[in-house]
Design a protein around this ligand. Structure first.
Ligand code: B12
Length: 270
C-alpha cells in the first residue's frame, strides 16, 4: 500500500473507532508488540490463576495471527461515577467490556464492508487464550504511559480506562509512543492507597527481570498481593438479580466489585 493510502486508511479507522464509541484509540505495529516488556517479563513473575500463558516463553508469536501486521487499540473511559461499568456478574463480561466488544465488532463489520481484502482478528482478553498485553499495546499506540500504579495513564482520563484490541493484516501507520510522564513529581497517592500494600517494597530489579521496564515502573508492583485483594473482593460478592446480555429476564448472579484504589486515587485526568 502507498504511504498516503496507508495514512488515509489509518486516519479513517481512528475516526470510525471514535464514532463507534471509543474514548481514545491508536495504532501499533504488531511486530513491536511481539517484543513488548510484559511478554519479555511474564515468565519471570509469579503465576496467578489468570492472565498467564501456560508455556513460558519469550515471544508470543506462536499464538498471534501469522499475517497480522497492525494492532488497533481502543479505550473506553471508566469514570468513578459510573462504577457499574466495572461490575462483574459471575462469568459474564463487565458492562464496560461489553461496550468495548461491541465497538470492536462494529469496527470489524465496517472494515469488511468498506475495504476488500482486509482481514481482522478480534483479540481475546486473556493472554492464555491468545490475547496481547493491552497496556503495552496502548503505550506503543500512543494512548498514554505506564504509571507508578502499573496502569496505563492516559492524558485525558488518567488510568480510568479499559482496553481492547483488534489485529489487522495490513500495515497501518503507528500513532505512538507518546512523550508523557505524569508520575514525575507525584508523591504516589496510588501506591499509598493500596489496601494490600502491593506497592510497599521494591520486589523486582533490572537485573532480575532483564530490562528497565518493571512492574509498577520501578519494580514495586506485587501481583500476588493485588490478586489477594481480587480474591477477597470475590468473597464479599453479593447475590443479585441482574439483567445480563442476550437474556430476556433477570438472572441471579454474584456481583463482584473489584478494588480500584490505585486508579481512583490517581489525580491525572480529574
Ligand atoms: C492478569 C491481569 C490482572 C491480574 C494480574 C495483574 C498484573 N499486572 O500482573 C490481577 C487480577 C491481579 C489484575 C489486577 C488489576 N487489573 Co488487570 N489485567 C490482567 C490482564 C489480563 C493481563 C495483565 C498482565 O498479566 N500483565 C503482565 C505482567 C507480567 O506485567 P505487569 O505487572 O503489567 O508489568 C509490566 C508493565 O508494567 C510493563 N511496563 C512497565 N513499564 C513500561 C514501559 C513501557 C514503555 C511499556 C511498553 C511497558 C512497560 O512491563 C512490566 C513487566 O516488566 C490485563 C488485560 C490484558 N490482556 O492485558 C488486565 C488489565 C491490565 N487489568 C486492568 C485493571 C483495571 C486491573 C485492576 C485495577 C482491577 C480492576 N478493578 O479491574 C487491578 C490493578 C492492577 C495493577 N495496578 O496493575 C486493566 C488496566 C487498565 C489500565 N488503565 O491500565 C487491564 C488492561 C484490563 C482492561 N480491562 O482494560 N489484573
Amino acid at each position: 500500500m502507498k504511504n498516503n493510502d496507508k495514512l488515509n486508511l489509518s486516519s479513517a479507522i481512528l475516526r470510525k473507532a471514535r464514532e463507534l464509541g471509543a474514548d481514545a484509540t491508536g495504532i501499533a505495529d504488531l511486530n513491536e508488540i511481539k517484543g513488548c516488556p510484559s511478554l519479555r517479563a511474564d515468565f519471570k513473575i509469579p503465576q496467578i490463576e489468570v492472565g498467564r500463558r501456560e508455556d513460558s516463553f519469550e515471544s508470543g508469536e506462536n499464538l498471534l495471527p501469522e499475517d497480522g501486521r497492525s494492532v488497533i487499540v481502543i479505550a473506553v473511559s471508566h469514570p468513578e461515577d459510573k462504577p457499574e461499568l466495572d461490575w462483574r456478574y459471575e462469568k459474564h463480561s463487565t458492562p464496560g467490556n461489553q461496550r468495548l466488544i461491541a465497538i470492536n465488532n462494529n469496527l470489524i463489520k465496517w472494515l469488511k464492508s468498506n475495504y476488500i481484502g482486509v482481514k481482522t482478528y478480534n483479540v481475546p482478553y486473556f493472554i492464555e487464550k491468545g490475547g496481547i498485553y493491552l497496556k503495552d499495546a496502548a503505550v506503543m499506540a500512543g494512548l498514554g504511559s505506564i504509571g507508578l500504579n502499573n496502569l496505563l495513564i492516559t492524558p485525558e482520563y488518567g488510568p480510568r480506562v479499559r482496553l481492547r484490541a483488534l489485529i489487522v493484516n495490513i500495515e497501518l501507520v503507528s500513532t505512538g509512543p507518546l512523550v508523557f510522564d505524569p508520575c514525575s513529581g507525584c508523591e504516589g497517592y496510588c501506591m499509598k492507597e493500596c489496601p494490600q500494600g502491593a506497592f510497599d517494597e521494591m520486589i523486582y530489579s533490572l537485573e532480575e527481570i532483564g530490562q528497565e521496564f518493571l512492574p509498577g515502573k520501578t519494580g514495586t508492583y506485587n501481583r500476588l498481593k493485588c490478586n489477594d485483594q481480587m480474591e477477597r473482593d470475590k468473597q464479599v460478592a453479593r447475590k443479585r438479580g441482574v439483567r445480563v446480555l442476550h437474556k430476556p429476564t433477570d438472572e441471579m448472579v454474584c456481583l463482584f466489585k473489584h478494588c480500584r484504589n490505585c486508579e481512583l486515587s490517581c489525580p491525572v485526568g480529574l
